[in-house]
Design a protein around this ligand. Structure first.
Ligand code: FAD
Length: 443
């Protein structure tokens, strides 16, 4: 059982099952550093065709890692957009505190690192004959397919909220034009207006994201429209980092933010987009700006490929991210059912690196899936509560045969009574995290 990590062009031969955590992380760090490597296949390894579908945090990380640690394989990355627009920090853009251009990254470095970047949309996957069909009809054969298509914002789940409605009441849950639309609507809102933020039930991308957004919208309103109100209509009764968010709202925004939960009948059940009306079980609320975050599921191609189940998300074998529904296919990032791990860029990046290592190992030893690498993955989610203050939650996760489980006591939250200096330090850590992540994936 052999596993290869290439370090400055030199193949290091490691015994798979004994690959320890220090070496595993070393491999990951090395992989993301994008060094030069040998084009020759290590003895006994047949060069394989690895196709990665989706060039977001998960897919781009995975493609780059495989190209770095196993350059003998041909790695193709399919991504329709030439520019990736990152969601983390996009709430700052909505609040006028950051330029959208700071969220945007190209794929040139991935191409220079040996990834064959194909800018096209994948339309279909034939998982029996093992090829992906691109929008120009081209077929791309694979030995392993790694699917990382992110989410599809459901435009069929909330009555009245379809593609046209999203053009009037933006979700801004996929960064780009929607982000700018919401920012423009906020700045054009009349003084004393009401903004509504409708939050779906879990699971959805970035559990604390709506509440960070509420905080930053309130920060914007405080400065530009101080008599305005922000109403959060939540389909849940509890939310991520709730005590920390609520404390920050009381301290910084007073009565400006009102949160209503499912037990208050706040779940939005219907939308009248042209009239900007949100209907709940009890109320019919007309607002000036509505940010509707609808339910979500794995990107549409996951259903075409047969890797999504009835929940709309993709079941996987926890340790390897191998699809439970199709052979030779792995699913990572937001599209995958990773149980306790949240749908975050941090988690997508961590999953991608582990999946890359598992796939490379599997390509050199087809029995390796029976003895997957033992790894624990981390996640930290920072949330800004104002421009220069942030809070965080961290978790450590381990794969069991059935699920990714959080390790009790290994993570934690920002302290509730921390002084401002701690919140400001966390905002700086958040910036450091984003810069490091985006540089290591796209830089
Ligand atoms: P994506 O980043 O969405 O990438 C999927 C890619 O697949 C896209 O580039 C898409 O074009 C491509 N694709 C889709 N279909 C096809 C197809 N048919 N063919 C080819 N390509 C296809 N996470 C954090 O860790 N920290 C944060 O602070 C944070 N803040 C957030 C704030 C907001 C407002 C939001 C909405 C999200 C935030 N997130 C945060 C979550 C984070 O953005 C996602 O978890 C992360 O982007 C998931 O990565 P992914 O690669 O799975 O999906």
């Amino acid at each position: 059982m052999l596993f290869y990590v290439l370090r400055r062009g030199e193949a290091q031969r490691l015994s798979g099952p004994s690959l320890n955590r220090r070496r595993l992380l070393g491999a990951s760090v090395f992989a993301l550093a994008g060094c030069a490597y040998s084009p020759n296949a290590p003895q006994g390894v047949t060069p394989a065709r690895v196709v990665v579908l989706g060039g977001g945090f998960a897919g781009a990380t995975c493609a780059r890692t495989i190209a770095a640690i196993a350059p003998e394989h041909r790695v193709s990355l399919i991504e329709p957009n030439r520019t990736y627009t990152a969601c983390p920090f996009s709430n700052l853009v909505i609040a006028g505190m950051r330029d959208l251009s700071a969220q945007q990254f190209g794929y040139e470095t991935l191409a220079a690192a040996g990834v064959d970047v194909i800018h096209a949309r994948a339309l279909d996957v034939d998982s029996v004959r093992r090829f992906v069909v691109l929008e120009d009809g081209q077929r791309l054969a694979y030995d392993r397919l790694i699917m990382a298509p992110g989410i599809e914002v459901r435009l069929d789940a909330l009555p009245g909220y379809d593609a046209q409605a999203a053009g009037l009441l933006p979700h801004a849950w996929q960064a780009g034009a929607q982000t700018l639309l919401l920012a423009r609507q906020l700045s054009a809102m009349p003084q004393g207006g009401v903004v509504a933020l409708a939050v779906p039930q879990a699971p959805y991308r970035c559990p604390p994201g709506p509440y960070e957004r509420a905080s930053l919208i309130a920060a914007y309103l405080q400065q530009h429209n101080p008599t305005a109100k922000l109403l959060i209509l939540d389909s849940k009764d509890r939310f991520s980092k709730q005590p920390l968010f609520e404390q920050a709202w009381r301290r910084h925004y007073g009565a400006m933010i009102e949160w209503r939960g499912a037990s208050d009948g706040a779940a939005v059940v219907e939308i009248d987009a042209p009239a900007r009306r949100l209907l709940t079980d009890f109320d019919d609320i007309r607002v000036d700006v509505a940010n509707v975050i609808p339910p979500q599921r794995a990107g549409a191609i996951a259903r075409r490929a047969g890797v999504a189940d009835a929940s709309g998300w993709c079941p996987i074998e926890p340790a390897t991210f191998a699809s439970r529904l199709q052979d030779h296919v792995h699913v990572i990032g937001d599209a995958a059912i990773a149980n306790a791990m949240p749908k975050s860029a941090f988690a997508a990046n961590a999953q991608a690196r582990l999946c890359a290592l598992q796939v490379v190992r599997d390509l050199s030893d087809s029995n390796s899936a029976e003895q997957p690498l033992s790894a624990k993955l981390l996640n930290t989610c920072y949330s800004f509560v104002k421009r220069d203050e942030a809070i965080s939650v961290a978790g450590v996760y381990r794969p069991t045969p059935t699920a990714w489980q959080e390790i009790d006591g290994a993570g934690g939250f920002s302290p509730i009574d921390a002084p401002d200096a701690v919140r400001r330090a966390e905002a700086r850590y958040a910036v450091g995290w984003f810069d490091h992540l985006t540089r290591s994936v796209f830089g």
